[in-house]
Design a protein around this ligand. Structure first.
Ligand code: FAD
Ligand code: NA7
Length: 467
């Protein structure tokens, strides 16, 4: 049986945080230091970027990269974690271990990128093929194998591969959802119309009147960034409901855009506003142009996706798994929980029901609960319960998920208290029990988001919020 397992091949598509969780899960199972070392299949991870880290790798590029591939990056300069690091901390790799000291609760992008790469330095480099973009994946039922066509970007050659299992970890915040509003083509502000995927630097919007379309995380954070870096005004237009925070004076909330005429934007309540730039923070599409239709997930940015058994295995073909495809409160530990479960299915430690009907019945229970969720608290608890349900089935290290749920609830509360100041709070790690120090500068005034500056400007807090 072990021989059989070692002859199997698993392809992981993408080496962002989800792909890294998958690589780490297999490495952990095979590790000789583990008490129950296991024979694992051959692992091959295809990653189109030159390094691992996914969205956490900043790129100045937008549009196409130097080889003509769409740029994956959606993160921007000056991005800081939008939730406490205590909510995403790996239980087997605390922040305190990585940085050799406790650090603030809301680190800038570079700090998180460094952390998540720190956990995987031991992964054999032969497992990952960088600058390899997956072009086509097709399943052959007769031999129960997947054909994969990959482009080696550095050498500009095509490579063909055959594997027994595919793990899709290519992310879903890279292909923009771009609405059209009547008259957009007449827009002639000082700035331009862009999607949040192409937003890189809030300083570009200094002294401009900015319109943000959308009412979710990107709208909230990009609007706040524009405010912080000196936009003259921010107008936020929502489709369904406004964000509902207490915004500063030069911030206005409007219903949906109806049309654009020159520099004037009209809204559903018949009001209008002259703006210099429009940033469409209208979310992303789940996009898998490389997957054959019968194995392609039709995803939306929701915290439950009915086509996935246990949120991971494609119901119609459980040999293909999807990681990190849900809307995320938890991120890194959600990917870990899914990766451990996916690994154990592939290793034969977890059995998947034989019939599609049984798989669908299991998902239906989660779908029913999902349909009743209203508040952020409901949604956080739903995702926490889902994570718990996965890690109970594997040997994933102990994680007090409910304690993390509580930090998320507190985080939401802090945002409603002070949207421009919530990042000044500090929380206690559920992994190490250490109270995070405070970053010395309030976020609104913090213009240096380099890792050295952040790490050397955290001082021990004397109050806590989640004691
Ligand atoms: P990604 O990070 O998108 O990684 C996918 C990988 O797949 C990439 O490396 C990509 O190059 C590769 N890939 C894609 N297509 C192919 C292909 N065809 N062939 C080969 N490789 C391919 N989360 C938080 O926890 N905290 C935050 O503060 C936070 N802020 C965010 C801010 C922004 C602007 C965005 C967009 C997201 C943010 N997130 C945040 C959520 C973020 O999605 C996750 O933290 C995480 O990056 C998701 O990991 P992933 O591996 O699933 O996807
Ligand atoms: P989200 O969370 O998917 O939100 C998309 C937002 O865009 C949401 O408010 C939508 O409104 C709005 N939207 C979508 N289509 C339209 C149209 N046609 N017109 C107006 N508004 C629209 O994406 P984000 O980019 O905010 O967040 C994604 C990740 O990036 C997240 O994990 C963060 O950590 C960073 P709705 O409320 O549905 O009416």
């Amino acid at each position: 049986r072990n021989d059989d397992m070692s002859r199997r091949r698993v392809a992981i598509l993408g080496a962002g945080p989800s792909g890294l969780s998958s690589l780490h899960s297999f490495y952990t199972a095979a590790s000789t230091t583990s008490s129950s070392s296991t024979v694992i299949p051959e692992i091959i991870c295809y990653e189109k970027q030159a390094e691992w880290g996914g969205l956490w790798n900043y790129s100045w590029r937008t549009g196409l990269d130097e080889t003509g591939e769409p740029v994956h990056a959606s993160m921007y300069r000056n991005l800081w974690s939008n939730s406490p690091k205590e909510c995403i901390e790996y239980p087997d790799y605390p922040f305190e271990t990585h940085f050799n000291k406790p650090i603030g609760s809301y680190p800038p992008r570079a700090v998180i990128a460094d952390y998540l790469k720190g956990r995987v330095t031991h992964i054999p480099k032969r497992w990952v093929k960088f600058r390899h973009v997956v072009r086509r994946v097709t399943y052959h039922e007769d031999i129960q194998k997947f054909d994969i066509v990959v482009q080696d970007l550095a050498n500009n050659v095509q490579v063909n591969d055959h594997v027994d299992h595919v793990i899709v970890a290519t992310g879903h915040f890279s292909t923009p959802n771009m609405p059209y509003f009547q008259g957009m083509d007449t827009f002639d502000g000082k700035g331009r119309i862009l999607h949040s995927h192409d937003f890189r630097n809030a300083a570009d919007f200094k002294d401009l009147h900015v319109l943000i379309v959308g009412a979710s995380y990107s709208a909230e954070d990009i609007g706040s960034q524009c405010y912080k870096y000196g936009a003259k005004s921010v107008t936020a237009s929502y489709r369904t409901r406004p964000m509902g925070f207490k915004w500063p004076k030069n911030w206005e909330t409007k219903p949906l855009v109806t049309k654009v005429q020159g520099t004037t934007v009209h809204f559903k309540d018949a009001s209008s506003k002259d703006v210099d730039a429009i940033i469409l923070c209208t979310g992303y599409q789940h996009s898998f142009p490389f997957l054959d239709e019968p194995i392609k997930l039709q995803g939306e940015n929701k915290i439950w996706l009915p086509q996935l058994y246990q949120g991971v295995a494609f119901e119609n073909n459980p040999r293909i798994h999807y990681l990190g495809m849900h809307q995320q409160y938890f991120s890194l530990t959600l990917f870990d929980a899914q990766a451990w479960w996916s690994r154990d299915v592939i290793l034969g430690k977890i059995q998947i029901p034989n019939t599609i009907q049984e798989r669908k019945e299991h998902s239906a229970k989660w779908t029913q609960r999902h349909d009743t969720l209203i508040t952020d608290k409901d949604k956080v608890w739903f995702q926490g319960d889902y994570i718990k349900s996965l890690i109970q089935q594997t040997d994933y290290p102990d994680l007090d998920v409910e304690a993390v749920n509580k930090i998320f609830v507190e985080w939401e509360h802090h945002k409603h208290q002070d949207i421009m100041g919530y990042r000044n709070n500090a929380y206690r790690s559920v992994v190490t029990n250490t109270l995070s120090p405070h970053f010395t500068t309030p976020w609104i005034k913090a213009m240096d988001d380099s890792m050295p500056y952040f790490l050397s400007h955290c001082k021990q807090a004397n109050t806590t919020t989640n004691d």
